[in-house]
Design a protein around this ligand. Structure first.
Ligand code: NAI
Ligand code: A1CAB
Length: 257
């Protein structure tokens, strides 16, 4: 995820000489300094005003103990770690100027992502907004407590949408389309529908009603989707499970180091 953000920032004009990546397994990028560990970065004289955590939440303990002494007064400490709250970050990095929790999604790679943001401390809000602007839309959350649900909703969201597209394509295959036709047509249908939704400003229900001719084909399909609210119940279960896993990850991260 952090690599997708970096690729977008570089494509949007960020000077690679201003970036250092600390990751034992990162893909090298032209002009970007790469260090296998924080010790290597420190030995190379590394300093930073902005530090972003991009490893798994389960690795917070091993990283925080080495990083906290380097994240002092002037440093904005950014985190994309699912589940890890602002309070957790403040506890791990108490001397940082600000703790900023960002939950992006994979579409940032093409500047079409959604990043939810919550912050603590003396954060430079304009600078945070400017940093995130090339990634797509940004939503500021006043309450960090909403972040786990939003992480499931927009962070995990693309994966859920990809599954829906796969299911649509698989159904098309079952009913006679070739695999290639089914996937191409499914992707074009989802892409076109979401673009129309964004462009028209209309509600999805109103657009669905425009597609469904009275007494025609679409309505019989919609009637199946709408039966007993089963689709909403399914999506609620999906999002609840993902949200609750975020809380578990936070507990795991909290129990470390
Ligand atoms: N994948 C996604 O769509 C999203 C991911 N996130 C968050 O982004 C974070 C990373 O997730 P992914 O990119 O999916 O995982 P990933 O496994 O692709 O990337 C994690 C990276 O951390 C590196 N790493 C491991 N230990 C390290 C250490 N001690 N020091 C420095 N780097 C270390 C790994 O080499 C790897 O490159 C997670 O905290 C996740 O919650 C947040 C929103 C969306
Ligand atoms: O699956 C995960 O835990 C992360 C958080 C949101 C998307 N990927």
């Amino acid at each position: 995820m952090a690599g997708a953000m970096l690729d977008r920032w570089l494509a949007a004009g960020l000077d690679p000489a201003r970036v250092a990546v600390v990751d034992p397994a990162a893909t090298p990028r032209d002009g970007v300094a790469l260090h296998a560990s924080l010790a290597d970065w420190a030995a190379a004289g590394g300093t930073a005003d902005w530090v972003m955590l991009g490893m798994k939440p389960q690795q917070l303990g091993e990283v925080a103990s080495d990083l906290a002494p380097l994240a002092t007064d002037g440093v904005h400490l950014l985190s994309i770690l699912a589940g890890v709250s602002l309070a957790d970050l403040a506890e791990r990095f108490p001397q940082a100027r600000a703790q900023v929790r960002i939950l992006p999604n994979l579409a940032v790679r093409i500047g079409a992502g959604v990043s939810a943001v919550a912050r603590l401390g003396d954060a430079d809000g304009d600078a945070v907004a400017a940093l995130l602007a090339p990634l797509g839309q940004t939503v500021e959350l006043a309450d960090d407590a909403a972040m786990d649900l939003v992480t499931a909703f927009t962070g995990s969201g693309p994966a859920f949408v990809f599954r829906l597209i796969e299911a649509y394509a698989a159904a098309g295959e079952r009913l006679g389309l070739s695999p290639d036709e089914a996937l191409r047509l499914a992707a074009a249908t989802f892409g076109g529908a979401t673009a129309l939704l964004a462009d028209s400003g209309e509600k999805p229900g109103a657009l669905a009603a425009k597609v469904a001719s009275k007494g025609g084909m679409t309505q019989v399909g919609l009637d199946i989707l709408d039966t007993d609210g089963q689709l909403v119940a399914l999506m609620t279960n999906v999002l609840r499970a993902a949200r609750d896993r975020g809380r578990e990850l936070a507990d795991i991260a909290r129990g470390q180091g």
